[in-house]
Design a protein around this ligand. Sequence first.
Ligand code: NAD
Ligand code: MG
Length: 395
Amino acid sequence: MKLTILGATGSIGVSTLDVVARHPDRFEVVALTGHGQVELLAAQCRQFRPAYAVVGTATAARELVALLRDASVRTEVLHGPDALTGVASLPGVDAVMAAIVGAAGLPPTLAAVRAGKRVLLANKEALVMAGAVFMGEARRAGTLLLPIDSEHNAVFQSMPGDYSGDMARCGVRRILLTASGGPFRTTPLDALTRITPEQAVAHPNWVMGRKISVDSATMMNKGLEVIEAHWLFNAPAERIEVVIHPQSVIHSLVDYEDGSVLAQLGNPDMRTPIAHALAWPQRIDSGVAPLDLFTVGRLDFERPDPVRFPCLDLAYRALRAEGNAAAVLNAANEVAVSAFLELRLPFLGIAGLIAATLDAVPQAALPDLAAVLEADRQGRAMATEILLRQGGSSS
Ligand code: NAD
Ligand code: MG
């Protein structure tokens, strides 16, 4: 199988290449992309010898060309958004790992969807922003969309094999998405005012990129995942429930009308869903250690506290509002998380900034990609304006 890996230098990208390297007879890397981590990308090109590598800027491209020339690697180096969409839709490529973080991943991911590739979807923001357009294009092109997000991968594995989006017909009552609760599940509420970026990105169970780690700390990650589940499985908001499960061993569950509840379990390591999606419908070694239930010992469950995790309700609100609301929510969240990481917004200001942005941007329909990108632009502009009004700029 010939692969393009968008976001190869990130946490998911590196885990993907780890699985790929275990099966050289099975996978061939055609293209790798990374925004700025040129040294890492060069090392990946030396190891996997792709035909193309894509970086963000002309400067980064020059650096990569020099590094590859020194190592006698004949990878063609490209840069910019058009190159990303190009390698996502190359005729010879069978599958695309969509692992760019945030809205920047939407155009290339959508290009892979339109080109009918097997799309391994990690970039949840793309689906949150553009759900209707994205799923419409996938249906039109007959695209096989396989979720990488561990929860959605677990739901996919726990759904009937021939599931095609009709929960009632398949006797599915609810989707239960598990959440670890992040690093602040039990932190006293008054201590949350002093949270630093370093504390927020230190996730108890998963090692991930900085943005998704902050999203896990606010539980906006689970909110985005509720919206993601809505689109992937055609599930209405009231049939998607979030359960805090601090051990992160049950990755999610499907509750059937007859009382059966099917779940997927495993060690918290993204190589499991990645290997699942790469090889589906077969199973291959992922390098993940077997689950040792005796070490796990117990599995706990809690209801999410809406006071501690207001971002979860904001995401449900955006999902129910339809139209541009989820794109605006996502844009405001990206602005808020960046501001928090740059010490321009306190941790507890994240939810407030998103709520104020949702209130301020007028409702609109999202019929096509242009409308999605406009909603994203409006959400960012409004969130930035509100942030400046609050005096949140130190730059
Ligand atoms: P990361 O920050 O580690 O990596 C992000 C990748 O995207 C890097 O390769 C980076 O170079 C690239 N990138 C960043 N900005 C870009 C831009 N403007 N243009 C092009 N490329 C850009 O992030 P991650 O943790 O690997 O997450 C990637 C995606 O997968 C996110 O959408 C995240 O929500 C999702 N996801 C991650 C995990 C996880 O365990 N890390 C789990 C589930 C879902
Ligand atoms: Mg997840």
